[in-house]
Design a protein around this ligand. Structure first.
Ligand code: C2E
Ligand code: CA
Ligand code: CA
Length: 889
């Protein structure tokens, strides 16, 4: 009996085996697996029923209850039903008195199995050995209960002989079967989970765009997974089993090996970024190295994941470069297609004054100055949209309202479909450049005081005017305008007032000349008016030019308002007419200048047209200059002396007056050559010549007691006084000759002193410190003011001949003479009158306090021998004490 039951148990075990095979074979087809499981469960039941415990005919006792319970429990409804149907069918086939009981046990066991399954899945019961045992007991108690449905004698026989062993064997057998199947189930579950996770891992590994490497401690490639084999240094098969040192440059291999060792030593993941020459070219990777838990071939290994970051690195680099470029010196604006500003840089803020936050989201229109026409912007957009780029200069407005010029370049950014997505604008503030350009232009072509064109621009326009007149055959006129005695205004009223007067004069001239003609300033007090397109007839053209010239004269003569008071002035105008290219620009300028000088010469405040005779005068002057130059070298210049006397008739000294003994013209008076020599720059040399002769004479006189008190006055020209070597030359002349300094008087004219008062004072002071005296010649004709007389280191005033000439009859002349004398006394200066021709003049002068005289009444300029003769007579007369005889001579 027991043996029978053990046989049953073995059958049950074979069930486990079969079920295991079934699951393995059909694991991938769950439905089929379930049906076949049901068949196996059912089949086992059938086998069990074929070899039952022989109890009584028609009653079959076997382990099918355990099998079907498990079919329900582990297999579920489908498996259980299949098994149940097979078992029930077979039992029905076998028939007998126990058939119904057998079938009901089949059903109850399976249903109990399902119930247990449901309870377990709900968590009400678990699947441990004790639970299976209790379940086995329940299943077989129910079976025992069903055995009660057997016919009476079979029933009592069963309960007597079999009930207890049945329960004792099959309940534990059910539990055992449950445990075995549970174990099988668990194993299958585990296997499935493992297979699933491995498949998942593999899928993940293959899905990664990167490299997955397994490397052992020596850097040997154990496994290589790569979706893109081009990212490897060689193909996969060429790598497996090789060492890194076999395939990588030594330097890289060393670095990786070091990383692997470190990862293994420290047992912590490590990162690395590296560049490698791959099959796809040089690439940059980001790698991560991690210890691998399993040891392939029992050697420590690492898992190395690498990601190709070449693109990212390149993009980053590009972005960095772009960012640096964006923050350049240039202002940058990025807008969308609607010119709404998206980004601006710091330079933009510097230029416009707008911070980023103030402009983002706004249209670039807000930066405009309103200076440009609609047409300008239209043209700009046409070009920008047509060519994708625009460059030019634009006036924009800063935040503070100031408009400024900027160099602007705009580029359109298009997407792959050619649609404009953005605009990028670069702007540079060029206001500085503009203003310098403007300034340079102004400096180069305009006079900064009056803003009139300067000489350069005028020359340019004159060239154009000449060309124009050649084409049109009409006359043009070039007018030189020079303010009369402007220097005096400058000196007396200060440079500021002089400037104001010039500005007013410039305005007046512009008014007279009209817009179509050019008024230029030539520096100083010289202006030029260029009038073109006059008449084709010379007389008519002359008439119009004269008209303009006269109006200019009138305009310049009107009083000027300078710092609260009015000032009178006048001008001289010279006009040269031109037509065609008959004369060059330079010639024309010379002619107009010449005419202007002629106008001055004729008494100022007048107008002169160019006349060829003027040219002759100039030519003559040039010839004269040349002759003076040659004459200086040939020693043609002599010195005459004109004695000076006191009221007692005593000769005090002489004035040295130069004469030119011309080989052809004879004696030439200084009035005819001094101004020519001065203009030609010949005066310093000529003056020095006179000075040296005078000093020699002084030295001679100084050696004779009878003449040692005599002094000599020497005239000094402006050029001489201001020449660099003047002071040294005078001192040299004294030293060289041995003449006493305090017997030398230098005569300077007022106008000469006014040229550069400070310099004059400085030079005079240095000479006066050596004892040299100073006299102001022609006093009263200039603009001397008390203040300047006070500052000059003077000894004497010389009353000009023009005042003496009108004495004694002219009351105004007398008034001036009296004033000069009073002034001299007040300033403690000596006073001498020149040009005394009449005794009456001498008398009036003497009566009014001027006791020194020079003039034809006393003596004319004479050779030194004549002076010496006079002195001898004087000495003789002194003995006879009759000076009157000399005066009469
Ligand atoms: P100045 O310095 O006023 O010289 C006096 C001029 O008056 C001399 O003319 C003299 O001959 C003339 N004169 C003297 N007494 C009388 C008179 O009673 N009646 C008239 N009508 N004339 C009289 P001169 O010699 O022809 O000199 C003319 C000017 O030439 C001088 O005027 C002086 O400014 C200049 N000059 C003469 N010699 C020199 C010189 O060596 N150097 C410089 N820089 N200038 C000189
Ligand atoms: Ca003089
Ligand atoms: Ca004089």
């Amino acid at each position: 009996m027991i043996l029978e039951l053990v046989k049953t148990a073995v059958l049950l075990l074979s069930l486990c085996l079969l079920q295991g095979i079934n699951t393995r074979l059909l694991g991938h087809h769950p439905h089929a697996a379930r049906i076949s499981a049901g068949v196996i469960y059912g089949g086992i039941c059938v086998i069990g029923m074929m070899t039952p415990i022989n109890f009584s005919p028609g009653v079959i006792v076997d382990g099918r209850s355990a099998v079907l319970a498990m079919a329900g429990f582990f297999g579920g409804p489908l498996v259980g039903s299949v098994a149940m149907l097979i078992a029930a069918a077979y039992r029905t086939l076998l028939g007998g008195t126990g058939a119904l009981t057998g079938v009901s046990i089949i059903c109850s066991s399976m249903l109990l199995g399902l119930a247990y399954r449901a309870a377990a899945s709900k968590g009400w019961v678990s699947r441990g050995p004790s639970q299976f045992l209790i379940f086995g007991v329940i299943v077989h108690l129910v079976a025992l209960l069903l055995f009660a449905g057997l016919p009476a004698e079979q029933r009592s026989a069963f309960f007597e002989a079999l009930a207890l062993p049945y329960l004792l064997v099959l309940a534990p057998a059910t539990a055992l079967l449950g445990m075995l199947l549970q174990d099988l189930d668990n194993r299958i579950q585990t296997e499935r989970a493992l297979a699933g996770s491995e498949a998942r891992l593999r899928a993940i590994a293959h899905a990664m765009p990167d490299l997955v490497l397994v490397l052992d401690e020596d850097g040997r490639y154990v496994e290589v997974i790569s979706q893109n084999e081009r990212l490897l240094v060689a193909d996969i098969n060429g790598l497996i089993g090789k060492r890194m040192h076999d395939v990588l440059p030594a330097q890289d291999a060393d670095r990786f090996l070091e990383l692997i060792r470190r990862t293994l030593d420290e047992d912590s993941p490590k990162s690395i970024e590296y560049n490698l020459q791959t099959l796809a070219g040089p690439r940059t990777f980001e790698g991560r190295c991690q210890v691998l838990e399993t040891r392939p071939e029992d050697r420590p290994a690492v898992l190395f994941l690498a990601r190709d970051i070449s693109e990212r690195v390149a993009a980053e680099q590009e972005r960095r470069i772009a960012a640096i470029a964006f923050e350049s010196q240039q202002g940058m604006i990025i807008t969308d297609a609607d010119t709404v500003m998206l980004r601006v840089n710091n330079a933009f803020t510097d230029i416009t004054g707008y911070r980023e936050a103030e402009v983002i989201g706004k249209k670039t229109r807000m930066l405009g100055s309103g200076r440009h026409s609609l047409a300008f912007y239209q043209a700009m957009w046409d070009e920008l949209l047509g060519t994708g780029t625009w460059q030019g200069e634009v006036w924009n407005r800063r935040k503070n309202g100031e408009t400024y010029p900027q160099a602007l370049s705009i580029n359109a950014v298009r997407d792959e479909r050619g649609q404009v997505t953005h605009y990028v604008a670069a702007l540079t503030d060029i206001s500085l450049r503009k203003s310098t350009e403007e300034e340079i232009r102004t400096l180069a072509f305009f006079d900064h005081l009056t803003q009139l064109p300067n000489r350069r621009l005028l020359m340019d326009r004159l060239g154009q005017a000449l060309a124009l007149s050649a084409r049109s055959s009409r006359y043009g006129a070039l007018m030189f305008i020079d303010l009369d005695d402007f220097r005096n205004i400058n000196d007396l009223l200060g440079h500021h007032n002089g400037d104001v007067l010039l500005q007013q004069a410039a305005k007046r001239l512009c008014g007279v000349a009209g817009e179509s003609n050019t008024v230029a300033r030539f520096g100083g007090d010289e202006f030029v008016v260029l009038v073109d397109e006059l008449d084709g007839d010379e007389d008519a053209a002359r008439q119009v030019a004269e008209n303009i010239g006269m109006r200019a004269l009138a305009a310049l003569k009107a009083p000027y308002t300078l710092e609260g008071h009015t000032q009178q002035s006048s001008a001289s105008v010279g006009i040269a007419l031109f037509r065609d290219h008959e004369r060059s620009v330079e010639e024309l300028m010379k002619q107009a200048d010449l005419s202007m000088n002629e106008a001055k010469h004729r008494g100022k405040n007048r107008l002169c047209f160019y006349d060829p005779v003027m040219q002759e005068t100039v030519t003559a002057r040039l010839r004269l200059e040349e002759e003076i130059r040659l004459g200086t070298e040939a020693g043609e210049f002599l010195v005459l002396y004109q004695p000076q006397y006191d009221q007692r008739g005593t000769m005090l000294g002489v004035e040295a007056l130069v004469r030119w003994q011309h080989p052809k013209r004879g004696f030439v008076s200084p009035d005819q050559f001094i101004h020519v020599a001065e203009r030609a720059g010949l005066m310093p040399a000529l003056g020095l010549h006179v000075l040296n002769i005078a000093c020699d004479q002084l030295a001679k006189w100084a050696r004779r007691p009878s003449t040692q008190t005599l002094s000599i006055a020497v005239n000094i020209s402006a050029q001489q006084l201001y020449s660099d070597a003047f002071v040294e030359q005078v001192l040299d002349a004294l030293t060289r000759s041995g003449a006493p300094a305090d017997r030398l008087t230098l005569e300077l004219t007022e106008s000469l002193l006014l040229d550069d008062m400070e310099e004059a004072i400085e030079r005079m002071s240095r000479l006066r410190a050596r004892g040299i005296r100073f006299s102001i010649d022609d006093f009263g004709t200039g603009y001397s003011s008390l203040s300047y007389l006070q500052r000059l280191p003077l000894d004497q005033l010389k009353i000009d001949r023009s005042f003496v000439k009108n004495l004694p009859d002219s009351t105004s002349g007398l008034a001036i003479v009296k004033a000069v004398i009073a002034l001299a006394h007040a300033l403690d200066l000596k006073v001498i009158a020149e040009g005394v021709e009449l005794e009456a003049q001498r008398g009036v002068l003497n009566d009014n306090g001027c006791h020194h005289f020079q003039g034809f009444l006393f003596a004319r300029p004479m050779q030194i021998e004549a002076v010496e003769a006079l002195l001898q007579v004087r000495d003789a007369e002194a003995a006879g004490s009759n000076t009157a005889a000399i005066i009469g001579a």
